[in-house]
Design a protein around this ligand. Sequence first.
Ligand code: DHB
Length: 279
Amino acid sequence: MDEDAESMNRVYKSGAGAIVTKSIGLKPRKGNLNPTVIELEHGILNAMGLPNPGINNFKEEIIKLKNKKIPIIGSIFGSNEKEFKILSKKMQDYGANALELNMSCPHAKGYGLEIGSDPKLVKKITREVKKTVNIPVFVKISPNLTNIVEIAESAKKANADAIVAINTVKAMKIDLELKIPVLANKYGGYSGKAIKPIGIRCVYEIKENIDIPIIGVGGITTGEDAIEYMLAGASAVQIGSAIYYRELDVYKKICNEIKKWMKKNKYKNISEIIGAAHK
Ligand code: DHB
């Protein structure tokens, strides 16, 4: 998703309840060389390379959104607790309503999953951020882990307010003619329809083992996909790649489909279905 205020405003107006920003770091980054995104048969593969204007230059965009009263979840990435601390303080000062710590980008050297696969580091960073801000802190974790519950547990121990599961799945595409990887970065993160069963499993596994709110994400394209995440244990969901499949008003479409499903299945309140698959 683009990171300027106008594109985020368009997403909000099309029916999203809040906006998660593209992940922002300390310094401006151009990102990787092209190609950075490719549509595959059942999903989208990208290695943008965490492009962003840097936290200081992002202030203006956040303020524009706040003037429109749009709830913002500021996503941040850093390589250690000091960087996360600075970023979180600035995001809060600019007016973000909550923070999402990106500990799960699957292919960026020194960031994302390289941090998010170490339970001690996850705990240390989350604890530092929680000490720094008073807005809710969400930790976005990766499916590319042997033990996702251990990482979620570390975030909970450090008082994270919610777990966001999942980020993209580390993946690759090779061109048969050229016989080389298609992405300039070779490896990327896979999103879209194909990863939904992986996301559902991760959310279910976290819910089964830990008492913490979960925001479900990964391959949600329809209202029924969102319901499935909620049955697994998610109390809210994020939607990204589905814009590509169903256009910008996908948020409105999905909300309507959720309402329709609830009516058909005689549910009055969404809380009745959260975690209902755990018997
Ligand atoms: C990028 C970041 C992510 O968190 C992710 O899941 C995939 C790609 C990126 O900017 O390259």
